[in-house]
Design a protein around this ligand. Structure first.
Ligand code: SF4
Ligand code: SF4
Length: 315
């Protein structure tokens, strides 16, 4: 496929984040794609799970029914929005959210009704990535595609990374690898740094917390290491209280990755609740509202454990 054809391939994204230090080496521009094959109970990007463009509603931004009231009238479907008598603002019947087409969001003058997700071409994304070119020379920065699950849109992401390489940028993906192997292979061809997580090795526990078993994920991870032995890999584990915050669970993960020499780093990411507000504006329930935070002391202990068992073993 020619360069011109690559630039026209389209994908669905949530947003493009500039100057990120979290998504690989150096300063990076991170493209968050829409659609995920997992449903982690702790997900801080719930707006990225559904592959379709999605309606959200934040009543805090509504100016009031008396002042506006547009969402109570046609073309909005009758009764999906009503007046909240306590606040005088709009309220939504979340059970009927699917009746609101995404075009209707533009009729709300205050953006209290808005959408997550937009279709973009490779060319549009690259133009935005080009704006950050002066930062990429620092510590091998570049473009990272995250999500959601980048490997659910393999044609778009492969074309994006291939084009980014033509522009001279380092390329990275953040993936959970719950995809057909062919998807992964297609994108990994154009990826310099593979960042993937492993939540836990026990498949039953994985299913309980993430919604799916992990045999396919572990199989893909091994295939990725073996098919692309020169590729740099960063492995991450989000540490969730009650799910995987035990040395035994971390040790199983270390035992799985230890033989593979292309892993340049294994990181623990502490649980946080930064995505909580997004559950509210999407009308979704946050299932982990009862669990407490991990605490600095505990994450320090677990990181020390990783240092002893993983980093020392690699010296
Ligand atoms: S893999 Fe990431 S984006 Fe997908 S559900 Fe889990 S935390 Fe959310
Ligand atoms: S259209 Fe928007 S600002 Fe107007 S009442 Fe509805 S939610 Fe409020």
């Amino acid at each position: 496929m020619g360069y011109e054809d690559l630039k026209n391939i389209k994908g669905n994204i949530i947003n493009i984040q500039h100057y990120s230090y979290q998504d690989g080496p150096g300063v990076r521009t991170t493209v968050f794609v829409k659609g995920c094959s997992l449903k982690c109970k702790w997900c801080s990007n719930p707006e990225s799970i559904n592959p379709e463009r999605e309606i959200a509603f934040d009543p805090k931004d509504c100016i009031g029914i008396k002042e506006c009231g547009r969402c109570l009238k046609a073309p909005f479907p009758d009764g999906v929005f009503n007046e909240n008598e306590e606040t005088g603002k709009a309220k939504i019947d979340w059970n009927r959210k699917k009746e609101i087409s995404s075009e209707l969001a533009s009729l709300c003058p205050c953006k209290a009704i808005f959408t997550y997700g937009r279709e973009v071409s490779v060319e549009e994304v690259i133009k935005e990535v080009d704006q950050d070119i002066s930062f990429y020379s620092v510590n091998n920065g570049g473009i990272t595609v995250s999500g959601g699950e980048p490997l659910l849109q393999p044609d778009f992401v492969a074309a994006l990374l291939q084009t980014a390489r033509v522009h001279g940028y380092s390329t990275a993906i953040e993936t959970a690898l719950k995809v057909p192997w062919e998807n992964a292979k297609k994108v990994l061809e154009y990826t310099d740094i593979l960042i993937h997580d492993i939540k836990m090795i026990n498949s039953e526990e994985h299913k309980k917390w993430v919604g799916v078993s992990n045999e396919k994920i572990l199989e893909n991870i091994k295939k990725a290491y073996e098919t692309f032995p020169q590729k740099k890999v960063i492995v991450r584990t989000p540490v969730i209280p009650g799910a995987n915050d035990k040395e035994e669970v971390i040790e199983e993960i270390i035992n799985f990755i230890l033989p593979y020499k292309n892993i340049i780093k294994y990181e623990l990411l502490p649980y946080h609740r930064l995505g909580l507000g997004k559950y509210e504006v999407l009308g979704r329930e946050y299932e982990l509202s009862d669990i407490s935070s991990l605490g600095d002391k505990r994450i320090k202990e677990l990181r020390e454990f990783v240092s002893q068992r993983f980093e020392n073993a690699r010296k």
